[in-house]
Write a protein that binds this ligand. Sequence first.
Ligand SMILES: N[C@@H](CCC(=O)N[C@@H](CS)C(=O)NCC(=O)O)C(=O)O
Length: 309
Amino acid sequence: MASAHVEEIPPPSLDATAEQPPLFDGTTRLYTAYICPYAHRVWIIRNYKGLQLKIKLVPLDLHNRPDWYKEKVYPLNKVPSLEHNGKVIGESLDLLKYIDSNFEGPSLLPADSAKREYAEELLSYSETFNGAIIYSLRGDTAKEAGAQFDYLENALGKFDGPFLLGEISQVDIAYIPFVERFHIFLLEALKIDITEGRPKLVAWIEEFNKIEAYKQTKVDPKLVVEIYTMRFLGRFDLQRIYLAYKCHFLKQFIVGQIAKTIFKYVVVAIMSSNFQLQKLSPPISTSVDIRLSNLYNCIKSNHCPNLRV
Ligand SMILES: N[C@@H](CCC(=O)N[C@@H](CS)C(=O)NCC(=O)O)C(=O)O
């Protein structure tokens, strides 16, 4: 059973302007980021073991990270990392094991040797699982991501009980942050419901949602949709544009669009220097304008030797 319920208001994320908290002053700190599924794993185990007062959360804004994090705390510059006993260690799966065996609270690894063996198999499969689902976003997502959720559904049938090893363990905590995010994103963005036809997965998610220590760590669904759409579908939209570009029918249209976009950016980029040029030397400014419009016309008409398609 998880330890007594502790209500905690998650602290705000530190950005590049934030001062560094003291290092190695005896406080145990978990450097994390709320959107990161890897860091989420460690946050859950910390809460589940009732270590809220023992391990201080230091959330970072990953898009505007403070320099001191890489320079002074964790040179790999990733989250999660744990500052404990005068050193900083990383890697979420290692941290699950580290926290489980170096801190008090309920153990999250069963004694049974068959379960331990299966735990190792599932833990090492978790990267394949995540990678395959992300990769599936470029192809037949329902089929390819579906195969990964089928893997989980089968795994949930191996032992008695709603969790992967029967009772809750490090393995469930390794998977849930990813399943939580994919569940939200696939449903919202691609209308794929990963729980459909997978009753064990449904029961597993329901069981997790009964655990207060986990509920407090759940990610903001809007943020997941926003960030994952940008990160994954945005990138793949470019691929689709490239495929369309290869199709002769759309070539002229796309070249026109690209030319216009390049033109806009070039104009914006030289606007300020152009100001200076106008002040100093009007002929230079005029020649820049002429060269720009030549560039635009040449790309538009598809007669640039270097840009010909
Ligand atoms: N293998 C690492 C992966 C950690 C990771 O990739 N974290 C991401 C955020 S989700 C990160 O910090 N990225 C920052 C970067 O790569 O610069 C783990 O399991 O802890």
